[in-house]
Design a protein around this ligand. Sequence first.
Ligand code: ZN
Length: 376
Amino acid sequence: MYKKGMRRAAALLAVCWLGLLFRAAAETPAEKLERLRAEQQAIEQQIEQNRTDAARAGDLVNLYTAKEQNVKAQIAVLQLKIQECEAQLAGTQAQVAAKLLEVDRSTQSFEARMKGMYEMSRQSGLAVLLGADSLSEMLTFGEYLQRIAVRDTRLIAELTARREELAALAARQQAELDALDASNAELEAAANEYAAALQQANARLSAAQAAEQAGAAAFAAKEQEIAAAEREYAEWAAQSDNNAPEYTGGAFYWPLPGYSTGSPMGWRTLNGVQEFHRGMDIPAPLGTKIYAAADGVVSTKAHYTYGTCVKLSHGGGLVTIYAHMSAWAEGIADGVPVKQGQLIGYVGRTGRAYGYHLHFEANLNGAPVDVRDYLG
Ligand SMILES: [Zn+2]
């Protein structure tokens, strides 16, 4: 299993390496520049995505922070209520205990009194037998005893009833407290949930922020690569053929008679991306004939992002480039001398082009120059 995995990894690596090698071999300075720009744009999109993710995560962090705070505030209010309720319950329970003590005490004193009276009545009875004053006195005493018993019994009943009322109140308060405790438990559970969600959102936020930073670093690195590729491209554009005739000055021949430029050299925004346009674009129908601007030598006949392209060296570090052609003219090949006004190719839209046009560019020692300066 392990060996199989290793073999597959090695195969994959070989494919990647071959791909890299192939690309490195086939890539021209212009293509490299285009690729790097595309890569940078992809990084920019990723950064934008990460920024959106970070913003969303930030919103979630705010949301859950607010929710957690809200629940915690509710818990604080509930805690106060619980404390209040507990105090009330404790008060009621103390009252119940006090009332119970009162009932006990009343019962005890009633019993003591009854016992005393019983003793007294026994002695009185004895006294009667031994010569009581009168029978009427005996009756009166019996009535008196009975009245006392009734009063004490009523008092005990009242105390007991009051105690039962208090016990019922305590039970209600206990039920209320239980309900508050249940609410509290619910809120605590919600608070825990929000805390967990907040933690997750925070993790997402940090990840997105880290990715954003990594993206910014990758973007900066790509910027440097692009600068290097631009230098490389400039060097390529500067290479002029040794066999080129000495450029003696004089006006260029307009390569597309009858057609004028649409987009001149300079900074422009293409699909939302600012880029420096190294030449001018001259829109013309497919197949329109393209002529050499000046005497020179074909120093490059190639396919780039410029498409089917010709580079003419005119000597003195001056080169002209004709790009996005549909085809080369017959006889165009590396090292072939051409005369001013000679047919070199046909208008097309090969390479990175959005419509039929000739991209006409001039470079002096690798630096793009405004073609208009050479038109006389
Ligand atoms: Zn162009």
